[in-house]
Write a protein that binds this ligand. Structure first.
Ligand code: PMP
Length: 294
């Protein structure tokens, strides 16, 4: 294990598990859980700023939507999940941190069919600083194009935040890191620009913003927030097909995501970008809006 890493199963605190707060180290699953073998799990990633979870309800709604896409029903109401997320940050005294709800199929049935499995839900929260480190904010991160492609909508439930869809993200990210990059940028099955392994992508050109239409990958909550922020600043935003050739002429590139927030991109393989005015404005506006009292 890398030096300094505290394993996620060996920490102090409380985790909400099937309706109650349990000691962190007791939040376990059985090895024959369906989700572990067949990826029947959906999750969320939320950030809490000054004691408030940003866009909690949209995240909760996406969790329910993702479960529905995988053919199961979360046995709680959205109100109960919101309350549980808030209870978790309170119990762990998280002021600025990350919240991870997850719902999965249990071990009642083994094999591809899983109709008899019970649906479990857990929610954990922890302190989590800048996803790509603080230096990323000033210099921008380095991306490399992945060999893996985002799959077509008729080959996977592509709009769900589902565990199985992250298999190619982990493979892409590992390969990028081995080559000295921070992350990988993925094309889709048609060869169009799609997203990074855990964040959406924007390019700025001649003072306007462009981002791929999310028809085969996650339509990020941060992505939508950033589009609103840009429009409030009078910056035109277009969702459209973006071909890789446009990376050669982009003025600025950045990623958006709950964990990544707004992260400037300084390099994509042979192309270099400045951390320019549009990215800097949106980074600042995003940091302001997430801290705004509702
Ligand atoms: N794409 C992927 C693959 C992600 O994991 C995430 C992070 N949830 C995003 C995009 C951005 O989504 P959001 O802004 O809702 O966090």
């Amino acid at each position: 294990m890398a030096a300094g890493l505290v394993p996620y199963d060996d920490r102090d605190g409380m985790i909400w598990y099937d309706g109650q707060l349990v000691p962190w180290r007791d939040a376990k699953i059985h090895v024959l859980s369906h989700a572990l073998h067949y990826a029947s799990a959906v999750f969320e990633g939320e950030r809490c700023y000054v004691g408030r979870i940003f866009k909690l309800r949209p995240h909760t709604e996406r969790l329910f939507f993702s479960a529905e896409q995988l053919g199961f029903t979360i046995p709680y109401t959205p109100e109960q999940i919101d309350a549980a997320c808030n209870a978790v940050i309170k119990a762990n005294k998280i002021v600025d941190g990350y919240v991870r709800p997850i719902a999965w199929r249990g071990p009642e049935q083994m094999g591809v069919a899983a109709q008899q499995t019970r649906i479990h839900v857990a929610i954990a929260a922890w302190q989590w600083p800048a996803y790509f480190g603080d230096e990323a904010r000033t210099k921008g991160i380095k991306l490399t194009i992945s060999d893996w492609k985002r799959p077509a909508p008729d080959t996977a439930p592509v709009k769900a935040k589902a565990a199985g869809l992250y298999m190619i993200c982990t493979l892409s990210k590992h390969k990028a890191e081995a080559k000295g990059y921070h992350d990988a940028l993925m094309y889709d099955w048609r060869g169009q620009l799609a997203e990074a392994t855990g964040a959406n992508v924007f390019i700025a050109k001649n003072g306007a913003l462009h981002t791929p239409t999310p028809d085969c990958f996650l339509d990020g909550i941060t992505r939508r927030t950033v589009m609103d922020l840009a429009r409030k600043r009078g910056i035109a935003v277009t969702e459209r097909v973006i071909m890789p050739s446009e990376l050669a002429t982009a003025d600025e590139v950045f990623l958006s995501g709950t964990a990544a927030e707004v992260t400037p991109v300084g390099e994509i393989d042979q192309y270099n970008y400045q951390v320019g005015p549009i990215t800097r404005t949106l980074m600042d506006d995003y940091q302001a809006i997430v801290r705004q009292p509702s």
